[in-house]
Design a binder for this molecule. Structure first.
Ligand code: GLN
Length: 270
């Protein structure tokens, strides 16, 4: 009798431990326990994009996608991606619809008023892409003026740069929600150029032979993962996971897969 009772108590205790583990064993608090809701605009190769597979469902891929997955594994969190409009993504995070934004987002003082950013994890510049079949003579933004229409993504640092630097010289901006649409229009010749992050533009033009990145615009941007100001614990946990990822060589492994032939920046190596 006594032994049976002891066994039943032990079994109940084991069950509690098991159920707690299932409910999310992570020590990091998120909106839904155990789940990291990550907002992104999933149109930004090579950082976050869908890859079609013949006869099968498309898969989510990208440099950010793998970094976030690795970070979440280290924090015992399950990642749920939420495809979002880039222009409203920081407000969505600030109003606690998301735990994190991972969208190749540049750390800027304006955005830091709304959200917190992790330590930097990538360096990027802006760039000008043109249609070399239609405008072979345009090699820099100095060649643009009245009559030219340049595509930018709503709410992006590229849009701010173009607003400050190209509008004063007479260029008209056409704003898009999806970056992929900007390049489709450039290919069709309905816009003269695209201003967008250099690594993203290079990834797109690799598959579009009429398009070429003709100028790198030295804006020296640092990407960070954004976290709600109300979740300081998640920010600290994300930063310590990122530190580990850089220190143990995981960062270098992922970087080399998405940016083959490029040197891993020293500041992101352990
Ligand atoms: N790095 C740019 C920004 O933060 C573009 C990011 C993006 O379009 N996903 O605005």
């Amino acid at each position: 009798m006594k032994g049976g009772l002891r066994g039943a108590v032990a079994f109940a205790a084991a069950l509690v431990v098991l159920l707690t583990a299932c409910a999310g064993s992570s020590k990091v608090q998120t909106l839904v326990p155990g789940v990291l809701r990550v907002g992104s605009s999933l149109d930004f190769k090579p950082f976050e994009y869908f890859q079609a597979q013949p006869g099968r469902a498309k898969v989510l891929k990208g440099f950010d996608v793998e970094l976030v997955q690795d970070m979440a594994n280290r924090l015992d969190l399950y990642v749920r991606w939420v495809d979002s409009d880039f222009a409203t993504i920081f407000n969505s995070l600030a109003s606690n619809n998301l735990d994190m934004v991972a969208a190749a987002t540049t750390i800027t003082p304006t955005r830091e008023q709304t959200v917190n950013f992790s330590n930097p994890y990538f360096l990027a510049n802006q760039s000008l892409t043109v249609n070399v079949g239609k405008t072979p003579d345009i090699t820099s933004t100095d060649n643009l003026g009245a009559g030219d229409i340049v595509a930018v993504q709503n709410g992006s640092t590229g849009a701010s740069w173009a607003q400050e630097n190209l509008v004063p010289q007479g260029v008209q901006l056409k704003r898009f929600n999806l970056t992929t649409d900007m390049f489709t229009e450039l290919d069709a010749g309905t816009v003269t150029g695209v201003i967008d992050d250099e690594p993203a533009s290079r990834a797109v033009v690799a598959d579009m032979p009429n398009l070429k990145v003709v100028q790198v615009i030295d804006t020296g941007e640092h990407y960070g993962f954004a976290v709600s100001k109300s979740n300081g614990d998640l920010l600290r946990a994300a930063n310590s996971a990122l530190d580990q990822i850089m220190a143990d060589g995981t960062y270098a492994k992922i970087f080399t897969r998405f940016f083959p032939g490029q040197e891993v920046p020293a500041q992101f190596q352990g």
